[in-house]
Write a protein that binds this ligand. Sequence first.
Ligand code: PLP
Length: 402
Amino acid sequence: AMTLSPLVEALKPSATLAAAAKARELKNKGVKVLDFTLGEPDFNTPEHIQAAAIEAMKAGKTHYTPSGGIAELKEAVCRAYKRDYNLDYAPNQVLISNGAKHSIHNVLATLCGPGDEVIIPTPYWVSYGALVELTGAVPVLVETTEASGFVMTAEQFEAAITPRTKLLLLNNPSNPTGAAYTPAQLEALAKVAVARNIPVLSDEIYEKLIYPGSEFRSFASFSPEIKALTIIVSGVSKAYAMTGWRIGWTIGPAAIIKAMDNLQSQETSNPCSISQYAAVTALDGPQESVEAMRVVFERRREYSLSRLRPWQERFGVTCPPPGGAFYMFFNISSMLNKPLAGGKVAKDASEFCTILLEEAHVALVTGDAFGAPGFVRLSFATDDETLKQGFDAIEKFLASAE
Ligand code: PLP
């Protein structure tokens, strides 16, 4: 009989994609939905990167490539990390995969198995827990709070380590909270990792989206010892508005990269050849578009904060300012267990999001999906007009509960 594997049977669908699907369902009924569920830049991929893809296609770069990616792209990744972070890596320390999500899966599948523990600070990106569980390992969730700016301290990290700890999975800047660790906070974590010999998977996909008052440092950059323990995952999706091209990378010890390449060669073969050539141009070409997009996100972040600020006094809704990425993660627990618009009552953030969608036609993602009950996530990677209409609609919705 066709029975499912227990590991797959236990999988939940990605909650962010599920929230987007719910919004789409309503849109298909002809309702105008203000959708803030998506975690991707609303910009098109910059022209010069598109042109590089067309050129690659015309030049016949339409065949299989080496399973772990073309040498040109691995070299371009090495050049970029030298240029941007003064980090020295060799091409045999780089693996190209089908997006950073695939990179994370490959790292976990290569390193983890039953009996292992992976430390994950919460709130955490939805896929982390699922991808860890797929390997048979166990996620060990370390709770961070709004008051601490959603940052895990070195003490918390140390306290979570057991003889079974295989890995720390760190996301900086963070999806969903936008938390950006300070260099001092990172260095304190790095010291614990070195002292206790714990490898760190550092998901740095939002590295280029940093706002005033915050500073990005790659986790590998604090000492040769931490560099040897760090596996960096990043990619072109967020910085270059290339989510659909599916190019991510892993940088780390050559032996691990080689094992991951073996896995990938059996699993998917190479990532898309054309996308790889486009990614070479993204990394080697002019970087102005990265900053131009960041500036737009910075403006939307300012706007979002200006709309959220009065809600603290008015509704008890609070939001720590995000240091990076493009999400506002706000605390709506003051709105639970009391009549909202339409007389409906939400007992948790998931129900709050459902009622908000039904009554105000605004789609947010529930914090429950990220291990953060009482919170909701709004992506400000949307055009200015939609953002304004969205805040107007949420404000009206909140006010109707007063
Ligand atoms: N890591 C985090 C924290 C993300 O938010 C995302 C995308 O939403 C990814 C990784 C995956 O990026 P990619 O589209 O390159 O697979």
